[in-house]
Each structure stands twice: as structure tokens, then as C-alpha cells.
Design a protein around this ligand. Structure first.
Ligand SMILES: *[C@@H]1O[C@H](CO)[C@@H](O)[C@H](O)[C@H]1NC(C)=O
Ligand SMILES: *[C@@H]1O[C@H](CO)[C@@H](O)[C@H](O)[C@H]1NC(C)=O
Length: 248
């Protein structure tokens, strides 16, 4: 607990480094919309933002215009997958479309229907499936039945659905990072870590980055191993970058 507070408190870094780390955060973001009101047009806007997260004028000052800076993925509801895949294709975008097709967020639907959802999502062109674990199994201590995710071969574990009243806190994130580290030491396999839920501020995203850097090392700071699920973070990151560039 104290360690978590320390990390959160001590992520102040030099101004010039900060902007670079914020650009790094951008490429880790999985842009998310899980709203009851999602339509094809807001999914299209989301995809556009994923492709062009930072204004060109700002990128110019970093000599980054031609670097194809974009976010890591887009996360949408199963019924919006077609919109996302179609839009990303139209934007000639290599961002993988992703979805959460497993009774998200409660995970309280039958295995049979979840399997159908997964098949449909794959048919519609997603490249990544997020599975909500059966929390009944966790709460009643049936770990064997749950087959703890990384042991069962998942590419990454995710902190929360982002729909909880209390999302991924730092102490919880640390426990998960230690599990990933143990697993790596035992097997040599790298499982990824997704932080999600309530990551809205640029400052907090930097704290998350330093946490993963501290616990797992730089090699984990890649889109494959450390996606950050967030919906409004890109706008918040834009502000300090704008400030860095213009001094205003
Ligand atoms: C979760 O696991 C419990 C215990 O095995 C089972 O009864 C329940 O149907 C499962 N729930 C889902 C949503 O799969
Ligand atoms: C958790 O995240 C959700 C979605 O971003 C947000 O509505 C909620 O307020 C967050 N809760 C906390 C305690 O941060």
C-alpha cells in the first residue's frame, strides 16, 4: 500500500522528458467507447481519433509528422465491430480493431452465448478478444476452475472492466504486475498488462507508465505488452503537449 502511494507521488519528471513520455503513452492507448448510446458515427469519430490522436501542428515541433503516431487499438462493443473495422480500413489504418464480446461488463452470460459472440466478432474482423472472467469463481475460491488467465495462455491480463465504481487501484495493479513477473521468471513467457478504468489524466497515465517500468522494465512499455484502455485520455494528453510546444 505504502509502496503504491510512493510511486504515485514521485512521478514528477523534467518537463522535456514529460512530453516524450506523453507521446509514448499515446501509442499505448486502446481508445475505448462502451456507451449505451454508441452509434456508427461516434465509433467512426473514435477511429479517426485513434489514427490522428495529436494535432499535426504539434507533431511538427517534434519532427513526428511522418512517424504515423497513432493509438494502439480501439475497443468497442460487439455490435459496433463492423463500424470500427470498416472505418479503420477506410483510413488505411493498421490499428487492430478490438472488441469485448463476452457478456461485458458483468460476465454473467452463458458460456454458449459468449462463444457465439466471440465467433461473430472474429468473423467481423477483430484481432483481439477480451474475456471477462467469471468472478463467482474468484469470490468462491475456485481458482482451478477459473484456470487463472495467464496460465491458460491469455496474451495479457486486464485490471478491470472500467465499469466498476472502484477501478484498478495501484495496489491491485502491483499485485498483477508481480504475478506477471513471477510467471516470466518461471516460464520465460511475457504476459501483457492492460490498465483500464478511470485513467483520464495525463499525469495519472505517466504514473502508470512508471509503475510498469519499475516493476517489469522498459521492455514491457510496448503496445503489445502494456495497452492502456481509456476513452478521454488522448484529449487530456494533448493539453500538456500543447503547453510544452507553445509555452502557453
Ligand atoms: C461461473 O462459475 C459458476 C461455478 O462454476 C457457474 O455456476 C456459473 O454458471 C459461471 N458463470 C458464468 C457466467 O459462466
Ligand atoms: C471507474 O471508471 C469508470 C469509467 O471510466 C468511471 O465512470 C468511474 O467513475 C471510475 N471510478 C473511479 C472510482 O475512478
Amino acid at each position: 500500500m505504502r509502496y503504491a502511494e510512493q510511486i504515485q507521488a514521485c512521478t514528477t519528471m523534467k518537463k522535456e522528458w514529460q512530453a516524450v513520455w506523453l507521446l509514448k503513452a499515446i501509442i499505448l492507448i486502446g481508445l475505448t467507447t462502451f456507451s449505451d448510446h454508441d452509434t456508427s458515427s461516434n465509433v467512426q469519430r473514435l477511429c479517426y481519433k485513434a489514427k490522428y490522436p495529436i494535432r499535426e501542428a504539434l507533431l511538427k515541433s517534434f519532427n513526428m509528422c511522418d512517424k504515423g503516431l497513432m493509438t494502439n487499438a480501439v475497443y468497442v462493443y460487439p455490435t459496433r465491430v463492423c463500424d470500427a473495422v470498416k472505418t479503420l480500413k477506410a483510413l488505411c489504418c493498421t490499428i487492430p480493431g478490438a472488441s469485448v464480446p463476452t457478456g461485458f461488463p458483468a460476465g454473467q452470460t452463458h458460456l454458449k452465448t459468449r462463444l457465439v459472440e466471440i465467433r461473430l466478432a472474429v468473423e467481423n474482423g477483430v484481432t483481439e478478444i477480451v474475456v471477462v472472467i467469471n468472478r463467482t469463481l474468484v469470490l468462491t475460491g475456485q481458482q482451478e476452475a477459473l484456470m487463472i488467465a495467464i496460465m491458460a495462455g491469455s496474451d495479457f491480463i486486464k485490471t478491470s472492466t472500467g465499469k466498476e465504481t472502484v477501478n484498478a487501484t495501484f495496489p491491485v495493479a502491483i499485485v498483477m504486475l508481480w504475478a506477471i513477473r513471477d510467471f516470466f521468471w518461471k516460464t520465460g513467457n511475457k504476459a501483457g498488462f492492460t490498465q483500464t478504468g478511470g485513467i483520464r489524466s495525463a499525469k495519472y497515465s505517466l504514473a502508470c507508465l512508471s509503475l510498469v517500468k519499475e516493476e517489469l522494465g522498459d521492455e514491457w512499455l510496448t503496445p503489445e505488452l502494456f495497452p492502456i484502455g481509456a476513452s478521454t485520455l488522448v484529449s487530456d494528453i494533448q493539453r500538456p503537449i500543447y503547453h510544452h510546444v507553445t509555452g502557453r
